[in-house]
Design a binder for this molecule. Structure first.
Ligand code: FMN
Length: 308
């Protein structure tokens, strides 16, 4: 029998397989533990953790749209102290990778959250969500500015040797410029992409469906954009890229891997199908056996670009 090795590397971190769950769609893991053994996953990425607790935005903050959903959760979370006391004990028992998604209002906040969690131990890496709207001094989006992205990454890098991932926004002029700035500041990997700005209107009330008017669009509608961004970023940097956006089926996972993503994250699909993470791992195992793929590198970046 063929023994396939599904493991992939993200800098210092080895994942047992390339399937991760995406931040904000999988709670702190425990919420999904009754659906399947979370250790089947390559890893999970927690909901954002910020320095102080955040209530998030007012409701309504979710709207269903054609091919996806809009959200304006606003990084609601328990804050780093409660994360360490209430959420980390469960996460510490897991054998899959545990990556903490970090949010901050200021450039320095990110490094402070990383430092506090490092002191507590028990996680395998950090994903910096640089898509927050404002910085202390100016109000420029972190993710749109290569210098701010580099500063956030550099400060966080000083606090940890564990896998440091920077999550990029597609709502920028040049995602590869931001990708290069994160790589040069010490990121081990990049997550591509976060949600796209979207809006929906209720035709009865003639009001926007979200209290914040616009929100983040996710789900199958964004997959072709995500694939194009992965394609662009993979060519711009040497570090691994994690593909995110609209994954619902195994063929979506394969599309990202073939385009060059080293791993993928499953987001909105967790709301539709809570056991999708484990199912995709099983389906990927079967696929690599059927296709006699011994290592994931035979698939990753195997896209054929020659003209037919
Ligand atoms: C309800 C919701 C909450 C989210 N919260 C976060 C978050 O806290 N941090 C973050 O980096 N991304 C967050 N995201 C973005 C997802 O992690 C992911 O990048 C995005 O949804 C695209 O993947 P998908 O199309 O598979 O959902 C959130 C997405 C949704 C739908």
């Amino acid at each position: 029998m063929l023994v396939s090795d599904l493991s992939v590397k993200l800098g210092p971190l080895t994942l047992r397989n390339p399937i991760l769950t995406a931040s904000g769609t999988f709670g702190y893991g425990e919420e999904y533990a009754s659906f399947y053994d979370l250790n089947r996953l390559g890893g999970l990425v927690t909901k954002a953790v910020s320095l102080t607790p955040r209530p998030g935005n007012p409701g309504p903050r979710i709207a269903e749209t054609c091919g996806g959903m809009l959200n304006s959760i606003g990084l609601a979370n328990v804050g780093v102290k409660k994360f360490i006391s209430d959420k980390l004990p469960f996460l510490k028992q897991l054998t899959c990778a545990v990556i903490v998604n970090v949010a901050g209002k200021t450039v320095e906040d990110f490094a402070r959250v990383v430092a506090e969690i490092e002191a507590a131990g028990g996680v395998n890496g950090y994903e910096l969500n640089v898509s927050c709207p404002n910085v202390k001094e100016g109000g420029m989006a972190f993710s749109a500015d290569p210098h701010i992205t580099a500063s956030v990454t550099r400060l966080a890098r000083q606090e940890t040797d564990r896998c440091l991932i920077v999550k990029l926004s597609p709502n920028v002029t040049s995602i590869s410029e931001i990708a290069i700035s994160a790589e040069s500041a010490g990121a081990d990997a990049l997550s591509v992409i976060n949600t796209l700005v979207g809006m929906a209107v209720d035709i009865q009330t003639r009001r926007p469906k979200l209290a914040t008017i616009t929100g983040g669009l996710s789900g199958p509608a964004i997959k072709p954009i995500a694939i194009a961004k992965v394609f662009e970023v993979v060519r711009a940097v040497k570090i691994p890229v994690i593909g995110i956006g609209g994954i619902m089926h195994l063929h979506d996972v394969l599309e990202f891997l073939i385009t060059g993503a080293t791993a993928v994250q499953i987001g909105t699909a967790n709301f539709v199908d809570p056991d999708i993470g484990a199912r995709l791992v099983t389906e990927l195992e079967k696929y690599v056996e059927q296709h006699q793929i011994h290592k994931m590198n035979e698939l990753i970046g195997s896209i054929q670009l020659q003209q037919c």
